[in-house]
Design a protein around this ligand. Structure first.
Ligand SMILES: [Zn+2]
Ligand SMILES: [Zn+2]
Ligand SMILES: [Zn+2]
Ligand SMILES: [Zn+2]
Ligand SMILES: [Zn+2]
Ligand SMILES: [Zn+2]
Length: 400
């Protein structure tokens, strides 16, 4: 940035002159001048007051200027007024006279100030190039690639060197605040579930009257019901079906050791599965199923202003959960939720017809040859492990 300045010399011509013989009139107030007057350029001014009125004004403080300069096409009475129009460093607040840099929409004067804006690793304090982010209720945290590889606390998802390993293999950091925020008590999980359900009945018109038992388990408990559950899973819905593939009941499993916000998010997600299963039981596209569940949880979080949780969804790079969420979200915001439900309904009918056709064919086949056993692909998607009927995992009441 360069600054052009031209000094104003116009006032040097103003001088006090004694009254002469001819009739004179003030160039400002038009009154006849009977005493001393001031020469201001070519005009005569009767008084100090009138002089103030004809003097040019500073473009910043608007005061009459007896001296000053023009820079960047504007008049200034002083350096001080001029500086207020120059960019200021957003870090040290110094005026940037000659040059400045912008970083993330902020003006900075120097490399030192620039570096103070660049995020640093929360653990080793090195400047970040590539980084891992953790979104937390009281602000986002960033870690360098190396520190991001440290074990993650399953409660707050921060990488940490100071942790305790749970019997199921997960790690919890030893931060007291993190520990106090975790749901370790089945009663608490149940009451969070109830309030989330109430909210979703109101917000999305979910059915709220059929019983859904809620179990708080650890990861091992979850794996007793669904053996292949990966480490990051916070909860799941488990459905049981009768021999005609009709839904008998659903229960929800919540993994203990997550924060209340996480548990609420999980409840909203699993309740959305329940809703979809009851309204559109034939939808078998995982991207739609998980995308819708994330969409519902997102809107639930949005209602309670849990934006940090939603940033995790927005930046989730998972091709099923992340992409699915973004696609459902984009559809709903472009065409509305009514259109979204219509789309689901169409999809449900189309897959439903297909399933019915294949079921009939299967029955005819089994009438002909008794030994045809390979399950149809549709079934594997719509009945997740129907053979486990009794939810045998007890509610864990321990509050460590
Ligand atoms: Zn006058
Ligand atoms: Zn001024
Ligand atoms: Zn600076
Ligand atoms: Zn680091
Ligand atoms: Zn933690
Ligand atoms: Zn899900």
């Amino acid at each position: 940035m360069t600054i052009k300045r031209f000094f104003l010399m116009l006032l040097l011509a103003a001088s006090i002159v004694t009254f002469g013989a001819e009739k004179l009139y003030c160039g400002n107030c038009r009154k006849r001048i009977t005493g001393n007057y001031i020469n201001f350029g070519n005009i005569k001014i009767c008084s100090e007051q009138c002089l103030q009125a004809v003097l040019p004004k500073c473009s910043v403080c608007n005061q009459p200027m007896r001296s000053g300069f023009i820079a960047n096409g504007r008049r200034f009475c002083s350096e001080k007024c001029f500086e207020t129009t120059l960019p200021h460093c957003s870090v040290c607040n110094k005026v940037c006279r000659d040059s400045f840099t912008t970083f993330m929409n902020k003006i900075v004067c120097s490399d030192t100030c620039l570096n103070s804006l660049r995020p640093r690793c929360m653990i080793c304090n090195s400047l970040l190039n590539g980084y891992h982010a953790v979104f937390l209720p009281n602000g986002d945290l960033f870690f360098c690639d190396r520190c991001g590889e440290l074990p993650r606390c399953s409660g707050c998802s921060r990488p940490t060197k100071d942790y305790t390993t749970l019997p199921d293999g997960r790690k919890l950091c030893n931060d007291k605040r993190c520990r106090n925020s975790l749901v370790m008590d089945a009663k608490l999980a149940g009451s969070i579930f109830d309030s989330v359900r109430k909210r979703l009945v109101k917000q999305f018109g979910f059915k709220g009257d059929h019983p859904i038992p809620v179990y708080l388990v650890d990861l091992d408990g979850l794996r007793q019901v669904e053996p292949d559950m990966p480490e990051g899973v916070c909860g799941m819905i488990h459905n049981t079906y009768d021999e005609n593939h009709n839904l008998v009941d659903s229960s929800i499993y919540i993994v203990m050791g997550y924060s209340r916000d996480d548990v609420a998010d999980t409840c909203a997600h699993e309740l959305a599965h329940d809703d979809m299963l009851r309204r559109f039981p034939f939808i078998d596209d995982l991207k739609i199923i998980e995308g819708y569940a994330e969409y519902v949880a997102y809107n639930y979080n949005q209602h309670y202003r849990k934006f940090y949780l939603n940033r995790r969804k927005l930046y989730n790079m998972d091709p099923i959960y992340g992409d699915g969420f973004r696609e459902v979200q984009a559809f709903a915001s472009r065409y509305g939720e009514k259109a979204m439900n219509k789309f689901f309904e169409k999809r449900n009918q189309r897959v439903g017809k297909q399933v019915l056709k294949e079921l009939l064919a299967e029955q005819q086949n089994s009438g002909n040859e008794a030994a045809s056993a390979p399950g149809t692909e549709e079934q594997s998607a719509s009945d997740a492990a129907p053979e486990i009927t009794d939810a045998a995992v007890p509610v864990d009441d321990s509050d460590e």
